[in-house]
Design a protein around this ligand. Structure first.
Ligand SMILES: Nc1ncnc2c1ncn2[C@@H]1O[C@H](COP(=O)(O)OP(=O)(O)O)[C@@H](O)[C@H]1O
Ligand SMILES: O=C(O)C[C@@H](O)[C@H](O)C(=O)COP(=O)(O)O
Length: 338
């Protein structure tokens, strides 16, 4: 069933807007970051990871972003080019701004965290001049990653992209993506997140991220109340994630669908959301039933929390299908179904 009607005449499937950065994940994990001496470098940044994931599912993705004018900026653009992601709208900073660096700490399979170095950050230098209406007219959907709303001029660039998407009937996907390090106060979070959420066709986030969005609207909502409120705006689909407790999709026909996480031996607690978004949105683009979209996203998320990276190990559709089949063979057909 198609919950979102995409214009199939458009050459691009998804243009993602936000940060591309670099993850440094410890090779000598299960130690405090201060004791780690060896790291593996990966392309990172939530929207960048999703761009990789959706491209590996055969979709045509483009990216609107700002990178540093140095070897790290070249590294991430080269990686995107090798993945087949369109990089024609990724531009270099001209005042020495630097690519975001994320050092991750994997203390145990249950405890991990991310330490983001984002001073003088390149991605938040995205400006309204970087937003091209023709590029937005020629994609079925844009994906806005919430952190891009944290500061100007990126904030206004994102809002321009949302306005141009509405003007040209390009669908809007809002991955709320809260990263505390970038925000001055919670009022600004609620102001800007809710501005985009009101226009979005699909909203994905954790309960905490919906609470932050709804702070100045109506705090303390239940999942169902949140979903109904956003379904009453423009959202055809609202996905609320609860980490290891699973996730639920609420559709604007009043139905809801829940999925549990796939059992897996996790290596780290991060990376699940980007895998989830990649698999879930692939199903939505394919017009699958909601529970199939959720199962695919939940499976891909599980595959990513057991992986060392959040980008390089993103799977293709067959690998996700194999993982689902192997897990169901081992635990039973209904393993993830609620
Ligand atoms: N330990 C885990 N085992 C299996 N799946 C997991 C695990 N942790 C997270 N996931 C999956 O990843 C999804 C997204 O994780 P979550 O922490 O909610 O988002 P984010 O990674 O964006 O913060 C969850 O809904 C779940 O499906
Ligand atoms: O989002 C970032 O800038 C860091 C990511 O690259 C990192 O891999 C991560 O935290 C993944 O986010 P999640 O999938 O939402 O857990």
């Amino acid at each position: 069933m198609k919950y979102v009607e995409f214009d199939q005449t458009r050459p691009m499937d998804l243009v993602l807007i936000g940060r591309v950065a670099i993850d440094f994940n410890p090779v000598d994990y299960f130690h405090p970051l201060s004791e780690c001496t060896t790291f593996k470098k990966y392309v990172g940044g939530s929207p960048a990871n999703i761009a990789v994931g959706i491209t590996r599912h055969g979709k045509k993705a483009g990216f609107i972003g700002k990178v540093s004018d140095d070897q790290f900026g070249e590294y991430v653009v080269d990686f995107f080019n090798k993945e087949g992601i369109d990089t024609s709208h990724i531009t270099k900073c001209t005042n020495g701004e630097k690519l975001g660096l994320t050092f991750t700490e994997i203390l145990s399979r249950e405890e991990s965290s991310i330490l983001m170095y984002r001073n003088c950050i390149a991605d938040l230098q995205l400006s309204v001049d970087d937003i091209d209406e023709e590029y937005i007219k020629n994609t079925k959907a844009i994906l806005v990653s919430g952190t891009a709303l944290a500061q100007s001029p990126s904030r206004e660039a994102v809002l321009k992209a949302v306005m141009l998407a509405k003007k040209n009937e390009t669908k809007i996907i809002f991955d709320i993506d809260y990263r505390e390090y970038n925000w001055k106060n919670s009022d600004e979070i609620s102001i800007y997140y809710s501005l985009v959420a009101r226009e979005a066709d699909i909203i994905m986030g954790s309960r905490e991220e919906f609470d932050l969005t709804e702070k100045l609207i109506k705090p303390g909502r239940t999942d169902k109340e949140s979903a109904q409120a956003w379904n009453n705006e423009n959202a055809k689909i609202v996905v609320i994630k609860h980490g290891k407790k699973g996730s639920t999709a609420y559709t604007n026909d009043g139905n809801d669908y829940s999925i549990k996480p796939f059992p897996v031996e996790a290596l780290k607690g991060f990376g699940g959301g980007d895998g989830y978004a990649s698999g879930f949105l692939y199903g939505v683009f394919e017009g699958w039933d909601m529970i199939e979209c959720l199962e695919f996203g939940s499976a891909e998320a599980a595959m990513m929390v057991r992986s060392h990276s959040c980008s390089e190990e993103l799977p293709n559709p067959q690998e996700v299908k194999d993982f689902i089949r192997e897990t169901k063979d081992k635990y039973g057909e209904m393993i993830a179904r609620v």
